[in-house]
Design a protein around this ligand. Structure first.
Ligand SMILES: [Zn+2]
Length: 248
């Protein structure tokens, strides 16, 4: 399983950056986890639009799903006929981004599936387990298990939750929202996380690698890395375009 970071900015893309988007590949199958602002041009450095096999969107904020619109445009308006794209998202999460074009424009471009906790589902070679995590809007934590048995756990955007431990348990890679290094402003404290908390969860869950993501735009990586390293001793880095992690 290989994970390629397309972007890691929270909220909006800083100069030359992109918001949340991760390309996950195994056995030739390509799934995107989130597709936020400015991720499509980066994706197209790696694969053609027609080569994406599925998209999983954690929640409906545009820093996680805005570039679904240009991805669908590239597939529908491009030269060759492409099968409808399976897109999994919490109910209603895609309403706004899909309304950017009239219904005829992208007709047949996608097949939408609701994401919710429950029985695991199969996405190509992956098993997907979904966790309902606290954010301003419904947010699906995603745990992908590859055919190889490798596990990628991704929080989306989340406040503190006991379910994070189950999401990240023994993961080969824990991709964790860490908007702030040490402290979330009070009004957002139930809905966002810190690097310090991500480090604690990664340590408790015995995750093999921790990749911090969704840092506030234009903030340096070092304070986030230091906060996470206070409790986590494994392999630790910050998500940025071009970072690739091979999970074997
Ligand atoms: Zn976000």
């Amino acid at each position: 399983m290989r994970v390629t970071v397309l972007g890691g900015c929270g909220a909006w893309p800083a100069a030359g950056e992109s918001c949340s988007g991760y390309l996950v590949e195994e056995d030739g199958f390509r799934v995107l986890l989130d597709i936020g602002y400015a991720t499509l041009p980066r994706l197209l450095h790696h694969v053609r639009a027609a080569e994406v096999d599925a998209v999983l969107v954690t929640h409906g904020h545009p820093d996680h799903c805005a570039d679904l619109n240009p991805l669908l445009r590239a597939r529908v308006l491009g030269d060759s006929a492409v099968a409808p794209l399976p897109v999994h998202a919490p109910p209603g999460a895609l309403d706004a981004v899909l309304a950017l074009d009239g219904p005829r424009m992208l007709a047949g471009g996608l097949v939408a599936h609701d994401l919710a906790p429950g029985a695991p589902r199969e996405i190509g070679p992956f098993r997907l387990d979904v966790f309902d995590l606290p954010h301003h809007v419904p947010n699906a934590g995603l745990r992908l298990t590859g055919a190889s048995g490798r596990v990628l756990a991704y929080t989306g955007d989340t406040g503190p939750s006991p379910d994070l431990l189950a999401l990240a348990r023994d993961a080969d890679l824990f991709l964790a929202e860490a908007t702030y290094p040490e402290r979330v402003p009070e009004e957002d404290a139930p809905y966002l996380s810190t690097a310090r908390e991500a480090g604690r969860t990664a340590a408790s869950a015995a995750a093999a690698r921790l990749l911090l993501t969704h840092l506030w735009p234009d903030t340096p990586a070092e304070p986030a890395l230091a906060a996470a390293a206070a409790s986590y001793e494994g392999e630790l880095s910050v998500a940025a375009p071009g970072v690739t992690v091979d999970l074997g």
